[in-house]
Design a protein around this ligand. Sequence first.
Ligand code: FAD
Ligand code: PHB
Length: 390
Amino acid sequence: MKTQVCVIGGGPSGLLLSQLLHLKGIDTVVLEKHSREYVLGRIRAGVLEHGFAKLMREAQCGERMDREGEIHEGFLIAHDGRLDRIDLHGLSGGNSVVVYGQTELTRDLYDARARLKGTVIHDVEDVRLNDLHSGRPSVSYRQGDEVVQIECDYVIGADGFHGVSRKAIPRTVLREYEKLYPFGWLGVLSRTKPVSPELIYARHERGFALCSLRSQVLSRYYIQVPLTDSVDDWADDAFWAELKRRLPDEVAARLLTGPSIEKSIAPLRSFVAEPMRYGRLFLAGDAAHIVPPTGARGLNSAASDIYYLYHAMLAHYQRGDDSGLDGYSAKALARVWKAQRFSWWMTMLLHTFPDRIDYERKLQQTDLDYLLSSEVAQRSLAENYVGLPF
Ligand code: FAD
Ligand code: PHB
């Protein structure tokens, strides 16, 4: 098999790039380890930057997002029994975010790939990247007993944190930066009316909590839990009781509970791999970087990688200009590190750290007091939350 761009990973990053390139006449093949149903069964992100929403429209995938997604112009911070609002729209000069689930967005991308008869191959095993430093790299995979080889111009590693692409870069070249946090987020999806029309990020000494949503009838809630906890330790009743304890009384009183329709624990991690290019391999999204979900940056950082890669590929194929490809790693990493800083900061501001000394507890309190009393500090938060320019 031959293609121009072989994309490893059929998550949002890989599908979006494949769709954008296809619309410009550039041939792609997407290889995905799992079935479509499996990929769509993962409940993850919910908040999209306006720049990402724009890119979805450019990919001709924005119709349902624009119809069903909700525009949010602010969010709330709960602390010390009260609520304060961050006016994203007013503070960022008129920007906002779109609340639209990653599951729905991925479904739209799959549907768009199918409409254009794009090649997305599921259930591939033993994906291998070959000759990345030659002019003609290739990717091989196995499906059942058959081994298939794809010759291509470029390979895109969009196969998430646990994928194979990053591992194809020699240890002597790759530098990894990582910070692990001593807790995870237990997330519950429930068919209930959300407790608040806007997201609530709650700081509480028992641990962080987040009230989010997917629609006016579908709520997504999270609580900070120790890494040693498992989903089986948290019956629905225990989850709701703990969530209520971490919210101001008036919010807890109006929280509607119901059976969970999904429940999972995600450990919190900050991670960056450098460089994001090796020969003819380009890494994108979670394959190259991970953030704790507190700042809602993960999927959005993936989108900015795709934006840079898309334009770099267009310049190459349409004008023979390789400057975008050559500059990709440095350009993408500059934005990635800003998302890392912001996500780390929001995580440190809002979570309870088991081993924190009194001095650090005081600093955390002061950080929050400063934020809530300073418009300049809130502007910085808003600028980062709605998304820095690509
Ligand atoms: P992935 O979604 O991981 O996709 C990679 C794909 O590659 C997968 O489908 C995988 O099956 C496939 N794959 C893996 N290995 C191979 C292989 N060897 N061969 C072929 N295919 C392979 N981000 C936000 O921006 N906003 C939020 O509000 C937000 N909330 C989050 C909440 C939670 C609880 C979590 C866990 C994450 C959240 N994120 C959020 C982060 C976001 O979900 C990720 O950043 C996003 O999924 C990255 O997309 P991706 O396509 O790069 O990687
Ligand atoms: C979500 O709705 O899943 C969500 C929203 C905001 C975050 C993280 C996750 O910061």
